[in-house]
Ligand binder design. Structure first.
Ligand SMILES: *Cc1c(COP(=O)(O)O)cnc(C)c1O
Length: 447
């Protein structure tokens, strides 16, 4: 019998014995579940209950919305809720300025607008991200330059950023994917060295920290999203954080039709603009949700640490690593890599299916953004051909190879932030489900 199988049996034995004393395996009270069959093979679910639902609605949320409704001041130009929210968020994050906007995408778009990004400009972005990061560059006819992924952390591979810098590079836009900070020391260092502003896409990372400081406040600016799935939500909504007063002003103007005052003699600022204002309903709801938010952040952080301590002991399961500078992750997602070689070559889709059957919702995460037709078609876009020419666009296509990301996209598994709001027992049941699936992966492959 090979070593791999020995190890598998050993874990199985340990689990049944329920000791977990030896070789640093955390003590978990494995019940009858580990010697039971996987749910997909007719056994009991490892996680028979539900994870917490999202969003959470309580009386203060209802009151906040009713109050905004009855005030008859529904827009920020009339009411005070958005401004109050901005003050509260500023205090919570330590940023000098906070601007509420209509979405996370709007926040990034506003940053691009305030920096006057336009045709011919290049913006460096990670390839492992939500499409909005790419969209805000393309909406301005800028050229997105993809950087490959650090497979250990799921973050932008900061060591590959410098080679993507050209004289046209106007912004470096790291994303704190999954709510965990990217390697900010390296990225901020590059920004300083090349005099390129850093726009942090912190849409998934409200309250995450790098060396004790909230992400989104370390670069020139950071964008936060309050979309339905996000850790702090008002259905839709977003915010920009910055410590730069002039930049804050430009952002305000951009999001307010290029207008900086209500004085008819001095109405317009020297910025382009549009309407990306947050409503008073959203401002009020966010203020109410913020009461619970810091405690939820800690809850996710503690459960994630516990889950990591359990999962890292399972061969073939590699939780996303946090960089040394990380003092807090927002854990919008709990991400790990699944190495099928430790699961008798059972493919990832079967693993996901088996987990879902155990009562554990999960997904395979992002696809390869650089290979999506939506993205590769940019090379044929008539405006891009006009601005950049055929050669540049063909070169762009050819440079969009991200082999590390290709591998990650095939191995990734995600859990959502709401699962981390569950109990410690929920975390233990996740680990038990995976142990069980691993033990029976040979049989699962056949169904
Ligand atoms: C959610 C998200 C956005 C966009 O935020 P919306 O509020 O949905 O517009 C941008 N970037 C990342 C990484 C996100 O996860």
């Amino acid at each position: 019998m090979n070593e791999k199988l020995d190890r598998r049996n050993f874990i199985g034995t340990l689990s049944i014995a329920g000791t977990g004393l030896a070789i640093g395996i955390p003590k978990v009270t494995f019940g009858r579940i580990t010697d039971a069959k996987p749910a997909l093979l007719g056994g009991p679910k490892a996680h028979p209950t539900n994870f917490p639902a999202w969003p959470i609605v309580k009386k203060p949320d209802e009151n906040a919305l009713l109050e905004a409704l009855r005030s008859k001041k529904w827009g920020r130009l009339n009411g005070k809720a958005v401004a109050n929210f901005e003050d509260a968020y500023k205090n919570m994050s330590g940023a000098k300025h906070c601007l509420g906007v209509s979405s996370g995408t709007s926040a990034l778009y506003t940053a691009m607008g305030a920096l006057d990004i336009g045709p011919g400009d290049e913006v460096i972005i990670p390839v492992y991200t939500f499409v909005a990061t790419y969209n805000v560059v393309v909406l301005n006819y800028g050229l997105p330059r993809f950087v490959d992924t650090d497979i250990e952390s799921f973050q932008i591979d900061a060591n590959q950023i410098e080679k993507a810098i050209t004289p046209q590079t106007k912004v470096i836009m790291p994303v704190h994917i999954g709510g965990s900070p990217a390697d900010l020391d390296t990225i901020l260092g590059l920004g300083n060295k090349h005099n390129i502003p850093i726009v942090e896409d912190a849409c998934q990372a409200p309250m995450a920290e790098w060396q004790g400081k909230k992400v989104g406040t370390l670069g020139l600016t950071g964008a936060i999203s309050f979309q339905s799935s996000k850790n702090l939500t008002s259905g839709e909504g977003g915010a920009l954080l910055t410590n730069d007063e002039k930049f804050a002003e430009s952002c305000y103007n951009f999001h307010n039709q290029g207008r900086h005052t209500s004085d008819p003699n001095d109405l317009y600022a020297p910025t382009r603009g549009t309407n990306l204002r947050l409503t008073e309903f959203q401002g009020s709801l966010l203020l109410a949700q913020m009461e619970r938010f810091p405690q939820q952040v800690n809850h996710r952080w503690e459960n994630a640490a516990y889950l990591t301590s359990l999962l890292k002991e399972i061969p073939g399961i590699h939780p996303a690593k946090l960089y040394e500078g990380v003092t807090k992750s927002a854990y919008h997602l709990y991400m790990f890599r699944y190495d099928k070689r430790e699961f008798q070559d059972m493919d990832r889709n079967k693993f996901l299916k088996a987990l879902v059957a155990e009562g554990i919702p999960c997904s395979g995460g992002y696809g390869m953004l650089n290979k999506e037709k939506y993205v590769t078609d940019l090379a044929k876009n008539k405006h891009y051909l006009k601005v950049y020419g055929e050669k540049t666009m063909n070169d762009w296509l050819e440079q969009n190879h991200c082999p590390q990301n290709d591998q990650l996209c095939e191995e990734a598994v995600w859990f959502s932030q709401t699962m981390l709001l569950g109990s410690r027992q929920d975390m233990e049941q996740i680990a038990q489900a995976i142990q069980k699936i691993r033990k029976y992966s040979g049989d699962l492959k056949k169904v």
